[in-house]
Design a protein around this ligand. Structure first.
Ligand code: NFD
Length: 316
């Protein structure tokens, strides 16, 4: 009789490859999601964002009921954007003029810069985004209505509960924008272009900006320190973005590395070549009177400096 080991080995490799393909270490719905959601809601309305955006008239418990009803007791791949209609309607807020900030590929940096809505308002500073940020959620047809063991990956269903949620949230957020809107993009990514028509920004935000309400789209194109610039405002996907913006009736502007954002990058890397301050050695009261950046990014910094006169808001 031949050894069963090769068969076992083949079966095991097949099992492992299927597991990997299906992402079977996917987390399920976040444990205690109801408590987290309702706790965040009270924190948002009573403490953290008390005066930033208009308060919601709906109670936190009702918001949870509407949110959870959008996907619970449903197969995870059966949830569409429309299922969230009633929740989005109840939780949407007016965004102050000129304050909307979109982003792709720079999640951490954009939120550091936006400063919890004090400088700019991102989707994650609105109640809709704040309550769901970082949570995993999906439904199942049997009790308790949510699957706490495993939620599908985005690519396993045409539209999975989380994706349908963020698509609808992005649309709702973009529809509430007015005046100048800003989008922060990554100009150093080698894997994908800074602007993609199939990103959430390209698919669910830019197309939902209201003509006549939004005036212009301004891009902050950020480059990682001391890394090659894959794209600048003058080339690559930024040209496509300009076309898409202008064809929708908005004006377009783009800045490579606004100085304020470069400073923010330098907080973590003060010794980086691009963060070195050149001083003119004029001192005043024991402190350096003026600083300028070393020449390494001079052309970009010049454009950023011009923008500072163009009204980059300060915090608060
Ligand atoms: P990104 P983007 N399904 O950096 N937004 O333009 C789900 F559910 O490539 C905020 O696509 O930029 N999430 C959030 C996904 C999520 C998927 C989505 C997917 N198929 C959209 N692919 C948020 N807060 O999580 C990627 N992601 C997640 C709004 C992934 O976690 C914001 O207002 C990645 O970190 C922003 O203007 C994040 O989506 C724009 O859409 C962003 O992907 C950013 O979406």
């Amino acid at each position: 009789m031949s050894s069963p080991l090769p068969i076992l080995f083949t079966a095991l490799s097949y099992y492992l490859s299927v597991q990997t393909t299906l992402g079977d270490n996917n987390p399920g719905t976040t444990p205690n999601i109801q408590n987290i959601f309702i706790g965040r809601c009270y924190d948002y309305e009573l403490v953290k964002y008390k005066t930033l955006l208009p308060p919601i008239t709906e109670t936190c418990e009702n918001l949870w009921t509407k949110f959870s009803a959008s996907f619970s007791y449903m197969a995870p791949c059966d949830v569409t954007m429309n299922h969230y209609d009633s929740y989005m309607l109840a939780a949407s807020q007016k965004i102050p003029v000129n304050k909307t900030m979109f982003w792709s590929g720079v999640k951490e940096l954009v939120h550091e810069y936006a400063a919890n809505g004090q400088r700019y308002v991102t989707l994650e500073d609105t109640l809709i985004g704040y309550l769901a940020e970082g949570l995993v959620f999906c439904g199942q047809e049997s009790a308790p209505g949510m699957n706490y063991s495993r939620c599908p990956s985005w690519w396993e269903c045409p539209f999975e509960a989380g994706e349908a949620f963020w698509a609808h949230a992005s649309q709702t957020f973009a529809s509430a924008a007015s005046g100048q809107v800003t989008v922060m993009l990554d100009g150093s990514s080698t894997g994908k272009p800074a602007y993609r028509q199939d990103s959430f920004f390209g698919k669910y935000e830019l197309p939902y900006l209201k003509k006549g309400v939004v005036t212009n789209v301004r891009v902050f194109l950020v480059h990682a320190l001391d890394a090659p610039m894959s794209e600048t405002c003058l080339n690559g996907s930024l040209k496509l973005l300009e076309e898409d913006v202008v064809s929708r009736g908005f004006s377009f502007s783009c800045l490579d590395d606004p100085l304020a954002i470069l400073h923010l990058l330098c907080v973590d890397e003060p010794a980086d070549r691009e963060c070195k301050l050149a001083t003119d050695h004029v001192t005043s009261g024991g402190r350096l009177a003026s600083h300028s950046f070393a020449l390494t990014r001079q052309p970009l910094i010049i454009s950023a400096k011009l923008d500072r006169f163009d009204g980059l808001p300060s915090r608060g």
